[in-house]
Design a protein around this ligand. Structure first.
Ligand code: NDP
Ligand code: SSN
Length: 290
């Protein structure tokens, strides 16, 4: 396959790029903080000096950026993606953003004659390293088909969900459920502990029943140890709750559980926990006195 450009070497972008390099893809990478590209260069990637320079060099460019503001900035600002976008080139934005942001980028790319695909992912740092993501693509079907060899390396399954916006919405629904679950789980861990029960026994009981799931199994042991090394930063989970609640507003869908979960993530951010793993929301519950 042709050389691919990759913009954004955060937790996910770096893991995904390393995986593509391991599978023989040629990559040109860019990150706002340049030093985060060093490890990729050691493994064979080339550095592009700006998003525009990457797009100029590569037929396909992937973006994996923190939030709507970052995705818009990388696309629209000086030396951004749009400056070099043109016929025959494709931009695949894999960041988690809202449908409106994705549509704005899509319209700008297509007005320059380029192709656009949104492709947010389910799965975190480890699945990104292992090529086990779930890819939620929407937009230009032809671009989806052309980029599938890369998606097959990055993910265990790709969905094509139709027009731009559907991938973004699906991702927000999934993360809204995940954020609500994480809060219920945290409350359960604290309730068990304060009631004199053994936390590990609670994890064992949960794992054998109808609500067993990979997230409780993966995060539970470290949460018991109050250890929150970031795989999915809490500030991004709160961004996703906020965007999902806005989607609920648009569609007049009452979401009292998600709204409460969002408040807990906001509280965690106010406690300075935004850069820790989203499971650190557990800490917001621990100061209750009997
Ligand atoms: N971590 C996870 O488990 C998952 C994350 N996601 C989503 O993927 C995206 C990336 O997440 P993740 O890698 O964890 O996040 P990180 O916070 O680790 O990385 C964010 C990236 O965005 C860049 N960035 C932020 N603001 C700007 C800006 N204004 N201009 C240019 N670049 C900018 C950062 O650059 P710099 O290094 O210079 O700060 C960095 O490369 C997010 O949308 C997140 O919600 C989706 C699935 C799982
Ligand atoms: O957006 C982050 C998702 C994290 C996960 O699916 O484990």
């Amino acid at each position: 396959m042709e050389e691919i450009g990759f913009l954004g070497m955060g937790i996910m972008g770096k893991a995904m790029s390393m995986n593509l390099l391991r599978h023989g893809f040629k990559l040109t990478v860019w990150n706002r903080t340049l030093s985060r590209c060093d490890e990729l260069v050691e493994h064979g990637a080339t550095i592009g000096e700006s998003p525009a320079a990457v797009v100029k060099k590569c037929k396909y460019t992937i973006g994996m950026l923190s939030d709507p503001a970052a995705a818009l900035s990388v696309a629209f600002d000086k030396d951004g993606v749009l400056e070099q976008m043109g016929p025959g080139k494709g931009y695949i934005d894999m960041s988690t953003v809202d449908a409106e942001t994705s549509s704005k980028i899509s319209e700008a790319i297509t007005s320059k004659g380029g192709y656009y695909l949104e492709a947010p992912v389910s799965g975190s740092k480890k699945p990104a390293e292992d090529g086990q993501l779930v890819i939620l693509a929407a937009g230009e079907k032809a671009l989806y088909e052309e980029i599938l060899p890369a998606f097959d390396v990055l993910g265990k399954k790709s969905f094509f969900l139709g027009p731009v916006g559907n991938g973004a919405k699906m991702k927000l629904v999934v993360n809204m459920i995940m954020g609500s679950m994480m809060n219920a789980f945290s409350e359960g861990l604290v309730l068990a502990d304060k009631s004199g029960l053994n936390s590990q026994t609670l994890l064992d009981v949960l794992d054998l029943g109808a609500i067993a799931n990979p997230m409780f199994k993966l995060k539970g042991p470290s949460m018991i140890q109050s250890s929150y090394s970031p795989a999915f930063p809490l500030k991004h989970q709160q961004k996703d709750m906020r965007l999902a609640l806005a989607l609920g507003d648009e569609n007049a869908v009452p979401m009292p559980v998600a709204a409460a979960a969002n408040e807990a993530f906001k509280k965690a951010r106010s406690m300075g926990l935004g850069d820790l793993d989203f499971s650190a929301v557990h800490e917001t519950l621990k100061d209750s006195k009997s």
